[in-house]
Design a protein around this ligand. Structure first.
Ligand SMILES: Nc1ncnc2c1ncn2[C@@H]1O[C@H](COP(=O)(O)OP(=O)(O)OP(=O)(O)O)[C@@H](O)[C@H]1O
Length: 266
C-alpha cells in the first residue's frame, strides 16, 4: 500500500495579531500541531472567534504565524519567498466567506481568474486566456447550475449564485487543496448541500483535499471524515466525526453561557 502524501504539517503553531488600542493581545491560535494527508475531507468547527478563519488563512500565508512551524505542500510558509507563496496559492484555492469576486466582471471572467496563476496577471488583465481555459471555466459554471448566468455581471447575481461563481473560480484553479470558509453562510440548505456534495465528489473522484469551516455540526458530521474543533485558538478535538461526543460539543459551544451561569451562582 502506498502511503499518502502529507500536505499540511503544523507544529506548535501560534498566531498573534498585532495589538489593537485598548485591547489585550491573546493568540488567535496557539499550540496547533497536526498533519493533513492528501484526500482528507476535514471540517473545522468552533464558536465564533475560535480561530477557524485564522487557521485557514495561515495555510496560504495570508496570516503570518508568530511561532512554531507550518509546511504546506512542501513549502515552509514562515520562511519562504514571495514567489513560492504565489506558487503555493496556485495549488491551494480558497473559497472566502465574502466571495472576493470582481463585482463588475461577468461570472465567466470571475471563474477565469482561477487560471491567473497559470498565465500571469498581465495576460489575464488583457483577457488572453487560452481557449481551453475559457471552455473549462464555462463548463464548470454550467456544472454548478449557472448556465443561464455565465455572462451576467456578478453584481446582478443573488448571494447563492455568487457563492457558486466563487466555487467555480476555485475549481477552475485545479488546486490540490480547497479551503472553504463557511461556504454555507449565504445559502439555503439545498444549495449548501449541493456545494458540499460538489466538494465531496471532487474529494472522492479526483482526490481533492478539502478543509471547510462549518458552523453547522450536523453538516460537519455528514460530510467530513475528520473534524477539528477549536476553542479559543486551541485544538480541543481532532478525530473521526463519530468520536465527537455531545458532552464535548456542549463544552465547546456553551462555554460562555456556563461561565455566566457559574458567575451568577457565586
Ligand atoms: N485582523 C485581525 N486583527 C486582530 N485580531 C483579529 C483579526 N482577525 C481576527 N482576529 C481575532 O482573532 C480571533 C480569531 O478570529 P477568527 O476570525 O479566526 O475566528 P473564527 O472562528 O473564524 O470566527 P467566525 O466563526 O466568527 O468567522 C478573534 O478573537 C478575532 O477577534
Amino acid at each position: 500500500m502506498t502511503s499518502k502524501k502529507k500536505l499540511i504539517k503544523a507544529e506548535q503553531l501560534e498566531i498573534v495579531y498585532p495589538k489593537r488600542k485598548g485591547s489585550e493581545t491573546t493568540p488567535a491560535l496557539q499550540d496547533i500541531s497536526l498533519t493533513v494527508e492528501e484526500e482528507e475531507f476535514i471540517a473545522v468547527i468552533g464558536k465564533s472567534g475560535a480561530g477557524k478563519t485564522t487557521f485557514l488563512r495561515s495555510l496560504t500565508g495570508f496570516v503570518r504565524p508568530s511561532a512554531g512551524k507550518l509546511v504546506v505542500n512542501d513549502i515552509d510558509v514562515m520562511r519562504t519567498s514571495k514567489k513560492k507563496i504565489y506558487e503555493l496559492r496556485r495549488n491551494v484555492a480558497t473559497i472566502y466567506q465574502s466571495f472576493n469576486l470582481v463585482e463588475r466582471m461577468t461570472a465567466l471572467d470571475n471563474a477565469l481568474c482561477g487560471r491567473l496563476g497559470y498565465i500571469g496577471n498581465i495576460r489575464g488583465l488583457l483577457g488572453l486566456f487560452p481557449k481551453k481555459d475559457k471552455e473549462f471555466a464555462y463548463r464548470t459554471l454550467v456544472d454548478l447550475g449557472l448556465e443561464d448566468r455565465v455572462h451576467y455581471r456578478v453584481d446582478q447575481l443573488s448571494g447563492g449564485e455568487r457563492q457558486r461563481v466563487a466555487i467555480a473560480r476555485a475549481l477552475v484553479q485545479q488546486p490540490q487543496i480547497v479551503l472553504a470558509d463557511e461556504p454555507a453562510a449565504s445559502l439555503d440548505i439545498s444549495l449548501t448541500k449541493f456545494v458540499l456534495n460538489t466538494l465531496k465528489d471532487l474529494n472522492k473522484q479526483n482526490g481533492l483535499t478539502v478543509l471547510v469551516n462549518l458552523h453547522d455540526i450536523e453538516l460537519a458530521k455528514m460530510y467530513a471524515t475528520r473534524i477539528i474543533a477549536l476553542q479559543r485558538g486551541r485544538i480541543v478535538f481532532d478525530g473521526e466525526p463519530e468520536k465527537l461526543t455531545e458532552d464535548l460539543l456542549e463544552v465547546i459551544y456553551n462555554e460562555y453561557e456556563h461561565g455566566e451561569a457559574s458567575k451568577s451562582n457565586e
